[in-house]
Design a protein around this ligand. Structure first.
Ligand code: SAH
Length: 354
């Protein structure tokens, strides 16, 4: 995939980097140097240890990723950082870095916008502008690594969650390429076990993912205990039923040996009664899974609200009583518009009002 007529070095596998070096008429040892420069997130013009002639040749056809952090916001509450990245074609995407005791987790976007249309989500308000290239997904990690290492030299991203804007399984080929790239030993060498992919439940692609030999943690945005409720808030529910989703999850668990995580955003008066919890439990009984409950991050454009604290607690207790493994997702970065799509959107709005 090219961006404004340029190919992406960050989107190439190690063997392909070797071919580029060869095509440029350079000795094979330059491949390792080029790969190292790409791993540092340097653009061709910055690759000072490569000969000037090679830098110039590369700059004609290639960019590394074109992704750079244009603005960042640091949460005073928990140190979570929110990034507004700019892309080579001027589009904007966002990402969140969460700091945990066991390392930093970066939330990566897979599309500019999203076309899934979930009623509570800010990423989808203006539809999908375009897919991101694999090299741009990697570019987000490279840019975040640069930012981390400025603060602490050896620090870097340890875990990746594909939970930024976009539906990963709606950009399947590039997402799979990204998962393989980030895992390369010549590259960032991040294990699949440290990667989670979240989907709204595009069933055929869930089956396809199970065949890729990439045992990433599959997260499914369920958000409802039955199809009636799900259809009210997620248009994708008209295409695939919960029954089909659960069947695909069971297949994924069998194939990969990994448990599936169900995400469940609590929307006041829509999906958070104790009856809803009991119905959810009956769907998941006996399954190797975990439920992540997220009190809705209210989005001002949507008339959907976060339930009261007591409602949230009652819902979680009801699941526990049914012996379902459940945790409440820590709400991080609440002061910096941590929820999907909120930052890009407020930036675009500000620009429009200038
Ligand atoms: N398209 C993928 C990836 C997005 S992941 C998916 O649907 O899973 C982001 C997660 O945050 C999803 O579970 C999404 O449903 C949820 N989400 C989106 N907007 C939210 C909001 N306002 N409050 C709480 N969770 C939200």
């Amino acid at each position: 995939m090219e961006i404004n007529g340029k190919k992406l070095l960050a989107g190439l596998f190690w063997e392909e980097i070797g071919e580029v070096v060869k095509e440029c008429g350079e000795k094979p040892f330059r491949a390792k140097q080029l790969q190292q420069a790409v791993n540092k997130g340097w653009e061709p013009g910055e690759m000072h240890y490569l000969p000037g002639s090679l830098r110039a040749r590369l700059a004609e056809d290639y960019i590394t990723s074109g992704v750079s952090i244009q603005n960042f916001y640091v949460s005073a509450l928990d140190g979570t950082e929110k990034y507004l990245y700019s892309l080579y074609d001027g589009n904007l995407i966002e990402g969140v870095m969460m700091r945990y005791k066991y390392g930093s987790t970066l939330c990566v976007s897979t599309q500019v916008g999203c076309r899934m249309g979930c009623s509570f989500c800010a990423s989808t308000l203006e539809g999908c502008v375009r897919n991101l290239a694999a090299g741009e997904m990697l570019g987000q990690v490279l840019a975040a690594n640069k930012r981390l290492s400025e603060q602490k030299p050896e620090d870097r991203v340890h875990n990746i969650v594909l939970m930024g804007s976009g539906e990963p399984l709606d950009n399947y080929e590039e997402v799979i390429r990204f998962l393989r790239l980030v895992n390369q030993k010549e590259g960032l060498n991040i294990s699949e076990r440290n990667i989670s992919l979240s989907t709204c439940g595009i069933v055929p692609k869930m089956y396809a993912l199970a065949e890729e030999g990439l045992p990433v943690t599959l997260c499914v945005s369920l958000h409802a205990p039955n199809d009636d409720i799900r259809r009210q808030i997620m248009p994708i529910a008209k295409a695939y039923s919960i029954k089909e989703i659960i069947k695909a999850c069971r297949h994924y668990i069998r194939k990969t040996g990994r448990r599936v995580i169900f995400e469940y955003a609590l929307v006041d008066n829509v999906n958070c009664s104790t009856d809803n919890a009991v119905e959810l439990a009956s769907l998941l009984r006996g399954m190797q899974c975990h439920v992540n409950v997220i009190p809705l991050n209210s989005v001002k454009e949507r008339n959907l609200n976060t339930p009261a604290e007591a409602t949230t607690n009652r819902f979680i207790e009801a699941l526990k009583n049914e012996h379902i493994s459940v945790t409440r997702r820590r709400e991080m970065g609440d002061d910096i518009q941590g929820a999907c799509g909120q930052l890009r959107r407020s930036h675009i709005e500000e620009e429009q009002h200038k």
